[in-house]
Ligand binder design. Structure first.
Ligand code: LUZ
Ligand code: MOS
Length: 783
């Protein structure tokens, strides 16, 4: 494997702030927190049936198990209903269970071993109801969540009717488990006067605070949620960390003892939701050259048993169904379906993958139909500067044509296509395929109010700095990027900056660290906090530097004989912060950063700053399907080559080349990590990760023995990742672009390459689902 990033800049040398702690095992996760002497262990008992009325709950025997302290149920909560968008989900089911894995009881014990024994002693009687286990069944029964959404532009009906060529079809995709290494985890500590302090593995401490307060009948100021780091999250802890914090807090409050809930992997996979499966119907009209004239989409998502974030996920899917291609006549409808499976939720890409793959699949099919190279069709249709999406947002950073052009050359696409054509007629055992796909991923929460962040910066008189924001660290490196922002603002060594654990008492009313926006929003808020401090320090510097030397220095300032420093809060910084010094550009007089901090402190000037930021100018009308929902787009392209075994369907990824526009990356090393990880994670969804449910709706692939995430052996044999130079980008944080989710969808190139390979054998359009598992490929080849 070869990772290439042509860059020698300083920022690449800043390593992840926890790199050493991660590899040496000293990084603290929730379950690494020291046990307190009176701490108790918490677990949940969940439904073994997919859909049933609860006739009776009997936990008398379980209460007698040695070590069991208490068992709680729905009626022990003040408020038993939650939901990020629609309040429809009980924390604990009491009348009705709607999926296998739905929590019913909370068990507290004074030893871990007792949890399992107690669970076995619980007897719940169910009157089973008919379960709905697929999108098809839900559509038949009209079981829907949220309204039918529509976006339309142009006149797709009449253009489709007249189009020279038409293809109709449906693409079906299954879900994906987040497979974070740290399962859902939480410890709740009861504090004086009914307060609760929660340490949660959550992307959204503010929502945890809300849910716990509401469920326990507390006010928000009685609950603090702290997140130091997560062992991965990927969207699975955007909303779904909440109920587990409620269970632990319920026990902590009732028993007045610290309560620890750490799910096992198996239970986590049963209880928590996944990436939404989708079934998307499509109709496309195009001309001889491969120009897309019109599309008509009907998207259906499997929301699972409750709404969770599925309606927002459907919205993002609809807003990404154009992906990188301009389509003048466009109609799309989207409906979330209700089934008796775990409530599906955010997962890196958040509907983007399901939208994008639909149009990428169409282009592969058009190429097979027209006997053309799909790369040419993509280039013909790629968005150009100034064109508008189907929801009316203008493309202002039209880099897609350049990306396509560059990767065709750097990946040696034309040469390899020729080689593959020859290989596929000569090899009796294997078939190869090659495909290039693109991404245009909108950066912003599509729900506008979520696009806000705040930051607290404490500067200490020794020149060291603590910064706190609402951003949570899930391994992605957001804390490192924020530390860089602060170090750059004051022009000091990054070692002097420490980013503190995320806590709702320092940063209130925050959004989830999600939508790839963590560094953008919180980095900008941190920048604003630094600017506020710099503005004050600037006035201190100018006033002190203009004093005679006998009126400067620690002694004078501290003694109270120096003149009072006047601070005008409306002024911004007039001085230059450079390499640990502060310079007055008018006079070239200097003072060291640390000396200036001493002066400021002793002259009674605050060294603390608070900053706030929101993406400017975004809006979206869900009813009309019009607006500018995204602050900007992150773009990229990827070319992947795969080899299929003609007789077993086994897929190997021979080579992937990725080219992205990340503006001026904040930290190329970290971004490279994000691109690599996201791509491989996307590859897992598209190839090997298969969620298999039996006919009763029980997930049978609930552990790594049966659920196959990619291993090091599966990654592309040759793996080239590169970024284009984009120095024009200026509107986002330091000219950077978000990198968290977008590259996941570049893995669609692997799926498209598989389809391309299959077409060499089938000659007509092969049908392929997501994931393109070995079975799916084999069946597709021999159909
Ligand atoms: N979460 C959310 C997200 O609430 N809204 C979004 O638009 C979004 N996008 C990506 C990931 N999480
Ligand atoms: Mo997310 S899918 O929590 O950005």
């Amino acid at each position: 494997m070869k990772n290439t990033v042509k860059d020698k800049e300083q920022n690449q040398k800043v390593t992840h702030e926890s790199a050493q702690a991660h590899v040496t095992g000293t990084a603290e996760f929730i379950d690494d927190r020291a046990l307190l002497s009176d701490e108790v262990f918490v677990d949940v008992y969940y439904s073994p049936v997919a859909h049933a009325k609860i006739r009776n709950i009997d936990f008398a025997a379980a209460l007698k198990v040695d070590g069991v302290l208490a068992i709680y149920q729905a009626k022990d909560l003040q408020v038993n209903i939650w939901g990020t968008i629609i309040h429809d989900q009980p924390h604990l089911a009491d009348q009705l269970v709607q999926y296998v894995g739905e929590p019913i009881l909370v068990i507290a014990t004074n030893k871990r071993e007792a949890l399992l024994v107690a669970k076995r002693e619980i007897k719940v009687e169910y009157d089973e109801l008919e379960a709905t286990l697929s999108i098809t069944e839900a559509r038949k029964k009209k079981l829907f969540i949220g309204p039918l959404r529509k976006i339309q532009t142009g006149d797709p009906e009449s253009v489709l009717a007249k189009a020279p060529h038409c293809i109709k079809g449906v693409i079906k995709m299954q879900g994906q488990d987040h497979f974070y290494l740290e399962s859902q985890a939480c410890i709740a500590y009861p504090k004086e006067d009914g307060q609760i302090e929660i340490h949660s593995s959550s992307q959204h401490p503010s929502e945890v605070q809300h849910l716990v307060a509401e469920a326990l009948g507390l006010r928000l100021h009685q609950v603090v949620c702290i997140v130091k780091r997560m062992g991965g999250a990927f969207g699975g802890k955007e909303s779904q960390a909440g109920p587990f914090a409620v269970y632990a807090s319920l026990v902590a409050k009732k028993l007045n003892r610290p309560a620890r809930l750490i799910l096992t992997k198996d239970d986590d996979m049963h209880i928590t939701g996944k990436r939404n499966p989708f079934e998307n119907e499509y109709e496309v009209g195009f001309d001889d050259s491969g120009k897309i004239l019109a599309v008509k989409f009907e998207f259906y998502a499997d929301g699972g048993a409750y709404a969770d974030l599925s309606t927002a996920i459907m919205e993002r899917a609809m807003l990404h169904s154009d992906n990188a291609y301009f389509i003048p006549n466009f109609s799309i409808s989207g409906q979330v379906c209700k089934t008796n499976t775990a409530s599906n939720t955010a997962f890196r890409g958040f509907g983007g993958p399901q939208g994008m793959i639909t149009i990428e699949n169409i282009i592969e099919e058009m190429a097979i139909y027209l006997k053309k190279d799909a790369f040419d069709i993509r280039q013909i249709n790629a968005y150009k500067q100034g064109e508008k999406t189907h929801y009316g947002q203008e493309i202002k950073d039209g880099v897609l044509p350049e990306l396509f052009k560059k990767i065709r050359l750097s990946s040696e696409y034309n040469l390899r296509r020729k080689e593959i054509n020859e290989y596929n007629v000569s090899s009796p055992t294997h078939i190869r395929g090659l495909a290039c796909t693109a991404i245009k991923f909108g950066i912003s929460f599509t729900t506008r109010f979520l696009n806000q962040a705040n930051a607290l910066v404490n500067v200490y008189p020794d020149g060291s700095i603590q910064v706190s924001t609402g951003a949570t660290e899930m391994g992605q490196g957001v804390l490192t990027k924020i530390a860089q922002v602060v170090a750059e603002c004051f022009s000091i060594d990054i070692k002097a900056v420490r980013v503190m654990p995320t806590s709702t008492e320092k940063n209130a009313n925050t959004s989830a660290t999600a939508a790839s926006s963590g560094s953008d929003l919180n980095g900008r808020a941190a920048e604003a906090a630094c600017e506020a401090i710099k503005a004050r320090l600037s006035q201190v510097a100018l006033q002190v530097l203009n004093r005679p030397s006998e009126l400067r220095g620690r002694k004078v300032a501290g003694s109270g004989t120096a003149p009072e420093i006047i601070i005008d809060e409306s002024l911004s910084s007039q001085v230059i912060f450079k390499n640990g010094e502060v310079i007055d550009p008018q006079t070239n007089q200097k003072i060291s950063f640390v000396d200036l901090l001493q002066e400021a402190y002793l002259n009674r000037v605050s060294l603390t700053g608070y900053g706030f930021y929101r993406y400017p100018g975004i809006y979206y009308n869900k009813e009309t399907g019009r607006g500018e929902p995204f602050f900007y787009f992150t773009n990229g392209v990827a070319v992947s080559e795969v080899s299929l075994d003609r007789y077993t369907g086994e897929v190997k990824v021979l080579r992937s080349d990725i080219l992205m526009d990340l503006g001026r990356p904040q930290n190329k090393g970290i971004d490279l990590g994000q691109v690599t990880g996201a791509f491989v994670q996307g590859m897992g969804w598209l190839t090997t990760e298969r969620l298999f449910y039996n006919e009763k709706g029980v997930l049978k692939t609930y552990s790594p023995s049966t659920y196959k995430i990619p291993s090091v052996h599966d990654i592309p044999r040759i793996f080239n990742i590169d970024f284009i130079e984009n120095t024009k980008n200026s509107h986002n944080l330091k000219g950077s672009k978000a990198s968290g989710e977008p590259p996941l969808m570049l893995a669609i190139s692997i799926w498209a390459a598989i389809k391309n390979a299959m077409a060499y054998k089938t000659k007509t359009i092969p049908k392929l689902i997501v994931p393109a598992s070995q079975e799916a490929v084999l069946m597709g080849l021999f159909k």
